[in-house]
Design a protein around this ligand. Structure first.
Ligand SMILES: [Zn+2]
Ligand SMILES: [Zn+2]
Length: 250
């Protein structure tokens, strides 16, 4: 079994709230400089920028998982981690059929461009990417599971835009493969209020929107290899595999 340092929630410049400095090359360079072995690209309601990050990551020895951060009708954020490019493209088609097409206003809401390997603009999304999808959290989760992906309620300890913050509870039977949080103390307080949460696999991620946020809250994956299949097994805590927060030493 080996240990891998991972950050499974990173935005690129494509996200309206992501800084333009979050280019694929900058993300890969920052992730490697921070000692990460793997990241997941989770732009708001989009998977478009991931293939370029993945290719640059491959050259630099950084594993890049496909992902997205879905905004549901309840304004809850769900991280979807996906097994491969085909699943990411299928999820993109599903998103495109459901997103509220509110015209983006870059000057107010932020730029939504994506770039090629040489940081040339490859395209721009015309509608606001953080708009809610016309589906419930349960419907979004079911689609991710159908595509072979993993559903992780994002930043669960935050009052706004988290599944628990928006609904007041974790829906019974919700297929959460794990829970993501940013701040250990606030997550501990949430678990004190909702003791059932303690039975879930839980880990931190940075939810980085700026380069200096990458690896702010890294986690450790213990698995045989840094692959999606092993990630799934680690979430399920199979045969000694696990994922856990790396706590900063005081
Ligand atoms: Zn979020
Ligand atoms: Zn996010």
């Amino acid at each position: 079994m080996r240990h891998f340092r991972v950050d499974l929630h990173i935005h690129t410049l494509l996200s309206p709230c992501g800084e333009l400095s979050m280019s694929p090359a900058a993300i890969v360079a920052c992730a490697r400089a921070a000692g990460l072995d793997a990241i997941a690209v989770c732009d708001h309601n989009s998977t478009l920028q991931t293939p370029v990050v993945r290719e640059l990551g491959r050259r630099a020895g950084l594993t890049v998982f496909f992902g997205a951060e879905l905004t549901t009708r309840e304004e809850a954020h769900l991280v979807a981690l996906l097994p491969d490019r085909a699943a990411a493209e299928a999820l993109q088609t599903w998103i495109d059929a459901r997103i509220e097409r509110i015209p983006n206003r870059p000057e107010k809401l932020g730029d939504q461009v994506w770039v090629d390997e040489r940081e040339r603009i490859a395209g721009e999304v015309a509608w606001y990417l953080n708009a809610p999808l016309r589906c419930s959290a349960e419907q979004a989760a079911a689609e991710v599971v159908r595509l072979g992906g993993l559903v992780v309620p994002a930043h669960v300890e935050r009052p706004a835009n988290s599944l628990i913050g928006q609904l007041g509870f974790l829906p019974p039977g919700f297929p959460a493969a794990a829970l993501e949080y940013n701040h250990p103390d606030r997550f501990a307080a949430l678990c004190a209020t909702y003791p059932d949460l303690s039975r879930y696999t839980a880990y931190t991620a940075s939810d980085a929107h700026f380069p200096e946020q990458i690896a702010a809250h890294p986690s450790r994956l213990t698995a045989e290899s840094c692959t999606f299949g092993e990630l799934r097994r680690a979430f399920a805590r199979e045969a000694g595999r696990r994922i856990e927060t790396i706590h900063a030493t005081p």
